[in-house]
Design a protein around this ligand. Structure first.
Ligand SMILES: C[S@@+](CC[C@H](N)C(=O)[O-])C[C@H]1O[C@@H](n2cnc3c(N)ncnc32)[C@H](O)[C@@H]1O
Length: 307
């Protein structure tokens, strides 16, 4: 059983994320999530989350640079530990150095940014997201303490997260110069973008990366084993609805969870001068041998672009 295998895993964060998502993907919770828009659900949960925040306050359990639950729209489990896990990936898989300049696209409320404050001792960080409330919290709490850490809103449409956004992802130019960054990463962002948006973002990532710079992203990628996991009911998502160039678990709001064919990723990255490493498959599909929760893709910007 996949969950048994996960119990022995060192990555507690991965295991709990997998179990929580599996719970949400079945029965009444699935129906509630499928038929209640994301921000309505947040509004329904808010009084309960505020009560938990109040308890943390009374019991002195609040931690520095951890946002209150009611503001954390990404619903983070273990905010600090999970942020740290991704810092380790960036360090070990992308060779991130303390002096690097880093871009976090879809930074949410700054989970990885907060963890990076301990590591980027002389480097700098830019976080960008489509949800203003998370960016506001990070600007008010992280930047004053760490002035080399900046956060900004990109007013981009996403049916789930920002249904009133002005710009389309597929037409958005990142507000940064060519070759400005050593490392660009996106955690659980391409899991919410449709194919044209995905490819345009890859082109923009390649533009803002210096030659030799690294990109890391998480995604849900389908190969034979992931498909077997879904067919056997072991996975945290069932990507059974096929759209053009991707699959979703929710046809009404496809951005809720989007999966791509694994074999198309490296060629797509290559079209934009990014040379991919072999995919590190994640636990989401119920496989017993995994690296993280989502599938992790790393790539390097080619030093010279061939025509
Ligand atoms: C699951 S959350 C992950 C947040 C953050 N990366 C983290 O790991 O804590 C997905 C994030 O993607 C952001 N997002 C959705 N569409 C986006 C887009 N087109 N451009 C940038 N960010 C986007 C959402 O607002 C949300 O913060």
């Amino acid at each position: 059983m996949a969950i048994e295998a996960l119990k022995d895993a060192p990555q507690e964060v991965t295991r709990t994320q997998f179990e929580r998502q599996r719970l949400r993907s079945k029965g009444a919770l699935y129906l509630f999530r499928r038929y209640t828009p994301f921000w309505w659900r947040r509004a329904i949960y808010t009084p309960f989350l505020m009560a938990l925040d109040g308890m943390d306050f009374v019991l002195g359990r609040q931690k520095e640079l951890v946002p209150p639950r009611y503001l954390d729209f990404a619903g983070h489990n273990r905010f600090l530990e999970a942020g740290q896990e991704y810092v380790e990936y960036l360090r070990d898989l992308c060779g991130l150095q303390p002096q690097d300049r880093v871009l976090d696209i879809g930074c949410g409320i700054g989970r990885v940014g907060v963890a990076l404050t301990k590591y980027l001792t002389t480097g700098s960080y830019e976080g960008m997201d489509v949800v203003p409330s998370g960016i506001r919290w990070a600007q008010q709490h992280v930047t004053p303490k760490y002035p080399r850490f900046h956060f900004q809103v990109a007013d981009i449409y996403n049916k789930m997260y920002n249904p009133s956004g002005r710009f389309k992802s597929a037409e958005y130019t990142f507000p940064f110069s060519d070759g400005e960054f050593d490392v660009v990463f996106l955690i659980s962002v391409f899991t919410h973008l449709l194919p044209d948006d995905f490819e345009h973002y890859v082109a923009e990532i390649s533009r803002v990366l210096r030659p030799g710079g690294k990109c890391l992203f998480s995604a849900f990628l389908l190969d034979d084993e992931a498909r077997r996991g879904m067919a056997a009911g072991k996975s945290a998502f069932d990507f059974k609805y096929k759209l053009s160039g991707c699959w979703t678990s929710d046809p009404a709001t496809p951005e809720t969870a989007v999966a791509f064919e694994e074999s198309t990723i490296a060629p797509m990255l290559k079209r934009h001068s990014l040379i991919a490493d072999p995919t590190r498959f994640g636990a989401w599909s119920g496989r017993s041998d995994y690296f993280s929760y989502g599938d992790i893709v790393t790539s390097t910007k080619a030093s010279s672009v061939k025509g």
